[in-house]
Design a protein around this ligand. Structure first.
Ligand SMILES: [Zn+2]
Length: 98
């Protein structure tokens, strides 16, 4: 059994223009607010973006609770299309297949 929406991994993505740095993290937590980008020095996680991320996590938890566990073979889960969510400055970018 699986959640309808499962987290494949979390990362901090640099939103500075021209920088493509992505920092994988075990979990996005408040202590990461203010982490500097190792490539350009920009803030990888603002308080505003962290708060938006928490709202996304709460929304996913609500959806999973409403749907309940789903009976999907592990192989299907492993090959499912990844969808990424990037909250930034009050907007949310959703990319499919990354
Ligand atoms: Zn950067």
């Amino acid at each position: 059994m699986h959640d309808a929406i499962e987290w494949a991994g979390q990362s901090l993505k640099c939103d500075a223009a021209g920088c493509d740095h992505v920092e994988p993290v075990p979990e996005i937590t408040a202590d990461l607010i203010g982490t500097p980008c190792p490539k350009c020095g920009a803030n990888l996680l603002t308080e505003e973006d962290h708060a938006a991320g928490l709202e996304i996590q709460a929304m996913v938890a609500l959806i999973n609770e409403a749907i309940g566990p789903v009976d999907v073979p592990d192989e299907v889960v492993r090959t499912a299309t990844a969808v990424s969510f990037n909250p930034h400055k009050g907007s949310l970018t959703i990319k499919v297949g990354e």
